[in-house]
Design a protein around this ligand. Structure first.
Ligand SMILES: [Fe+2]
Length: 350
């Protein structure tokens, strides 16, 4: 019953939505308790070693953050893809170092299991006892293997999620770099405004879960310019009336480009609305005041600031004090007053 209870607990933790580090810490604690051992450790196998995920019962300073996956008991379990018991840690050649690794605790016996998912070793789960009489049984080992495999599913999910998110982020960076190749005047503008907008949102106490979308939106704010013809996008002088109308289509083009991509839909506020202005004088929809999504209200302050402080082929950059004055004069007219006030604080902080 106790073993079933532990498996059920582990399953519940694994299907929950806590971050991986918290899940693993909780699992280490439960395994430590359920097996009645002195300590428990969980490690994940990466290409560069076995990384510590969580532990319970150890003196942390005695636990290496990364282990060589080819050496010692870890190496044996990974190579054999099998769990193992060491009944006499001080005398075993594989565990010469383990004897002392508990710091002031001297381990006597060990049981460990590789986390195996789809036939691959994802990580390791190990339990340690410092009691002379403690004997791990074959049944303990089977149980440990089951728990390890359950935990492995969660570790693998987190890894896949990391990889997919990473691929998304690199793709977005690629898109925004592609736009900067076409529009070299604004080189460096995207990264600067993205970084400043994130700082502004933090200053305004935005939740980090919303900042993720804000950041993506800022990176893609002018992505619609991809569809603007070269002779307009790269024209060094002022645009004609017709050219201006075409240029002003870029927010709507961004909407058409990004809306079908589900993970970018929450990031659309900035690409679609960054040229809207507080008094309704902006485009494409002429939204006013709080009708303008908050992300776009923050971003437009940063975007205008960065444009004023940068050289253009047809004009020199403004002095920062003049750019500051412009924002102050237009707070509550073109820009959200609270966004301007917070921006000036962020800007003053450097
Ligand atoms: Fe724009």
């Amino acid at each position: 019953m106790e073993r079933m209870a532990l498996l059920m607990l582990v399953s519940d933790i694994v299907i929950g939505n806590a971050p991986l580090s918290e899940q693993m810490q909780e699992i280490a604690r439960h395994v430590h308790e359920a097996f009645g051992v002195t300590a428990c450790v969980l490690r994940e196998l990466h290409h560069d070693g076995l990384h510590l995920l969580a532990s319970s019962g150890f003196h942390m300073e005695s636990l290496p953050a990364v282990l060589d996956p080819q050496k010692g008991i870890a190496g044996r379990m990974i190579a054999d893809k099998l769990p193992l018991i060491i009944t006499n840690v001080p005398a075993d050649s594989l565990t010469a170092k383990l004897h002392a690794s508990g710091g002031p605790i001297h381990f006597q016996s060990f049981a460990g299991a590789p986390m195996i998912v789809h036939g691959e070793v994802i990580g390791l789960l190990g339990v340690y006892s410092a009691e002379q009489q403690h004997q791990f049984t074959g049944e303990d080992l089977e149980h440990l293997q089951l728990v390890a495999n359950h935990v492995g599913v969660s570790v693998l999910n987190a890894r896949l999620f990391r990889e997919v998110t990473n691929a998304y982020e690199r793709t977005l960076e690629g898109w925004s770099a592609a736009l900067e190749y076409r529009d070299p005047v604004t080189k460096g503008h995207t990264m600067r405004v993205t970084e400043l907008t994130v700082r502004l949102a933090r200053e305004m106490n935005w939740d980090e879960s919303n900042i993720i979308h804000l950041r993506r939106g800022a990176m893609l704010h002018d992505i619609g310019k991809m569809a603007i013809p070269d002779e307009i996008l790269m024209k060094p002088g002022p645009l004609t009336r017709e050219e201006t109308l075409i240029m002003r289509q870029h927010p709507e083009i961004a909407r058409e480009m990004l809306e079908p991509i589900e993970f970018l839909r929450p990031a659309l506020d900035i690409p679609l609305n960054h040229h809207e202005r507080w008094n309704g004088s902006g485009y494409p929809r002429g939204l006013r005041g709080e009708m303008i999504p908050p992300a776009a209200r923050l971003f437009s302050v940063v975007d205008v600031w960065d444009a004023m402080c940068s050289d253009r082929p047809y004009r020199k950059a403004l002095a920062p004090s003049d750019a500051r004055d412009y924002l102050k004069e237009n707070a509550g007219i073109l820009f959200d007053e609270s966004a301007v006030a917070s921006f000036l604080k962020v800007e003053a902080a450097g």
